[in-house]
Design a protein around this ligand. Sequence first.
Ligand SMILES: [Zn+2]
Length: 251
Amino acid sequence: MGVCGCAQSSFNLATQQEDYTLTSTQKEVAMGRKLALRVEEELPRIPDEPLQARVEGLGRRLAAVCDRQELAYRFVAVEGEEVNAFALPGGYVYVYRGLLDAAKSDDELAGVLAHELGHIAARHSVKRYEVGLGAQLLQLATLAAARRGDVAQGLHIALRSAQLAYARQDEMEADRLGVKYLKAAGFDPKAMLEFLKRLDERDRAKTQYMPRGIVRPYYARSHPYVPERIRVVKEALYGSADYIDYLNTPD
Ligand SMILES: [Zn+2]
């Protein structure tokens, strides 16, 4: 998963190899900046400065303790009902209004930001964009000037795909790093667990009552494996998740 199906016809593999094989942080930052410009054209920034300051403030506390200090991080709250957040290469983190509404505390929101920082720190974001997604996004965006209507749609689809699944092991690694950063920055890492559990319950409930064929962009769609992630976060927090589960610790 993770490579979208909207631009096969015009996608140039050779160009991808030449332009988007990232070997340095400098290149990563350059690519992230280009992508961020496109993203911010498509996803309006929420015009609420106290809210932006809150997101930015939480993000900065985490960025200060994360494993990649060479990046200039940017945290932006964007319009959209989706309960979702995503990271671009180079230190860009975007959070949808839907997720801001779903998070019940600063600690829960910090948990989401910490997870995204984990993706950036472990260079998952770069890896994913290297395999073609970034190239597709930029290519679509370049065409946008000429054929605004169609391509805007294409870009939107590509953006959605960009938020689709990381590899399973990448999700787990982002969670382990996330817990580490939360602890180091003085947040309550258990909030990450609570938030995941709530999303899991909500997704289960909605899936159950959803008419067949209708798919909505839940957090679990772009960040799958939620039940497994709950296990990983428990492990990171308490040691052995099996043991904890066996003891039937109250939720
Ligand atoms: Zn993730």
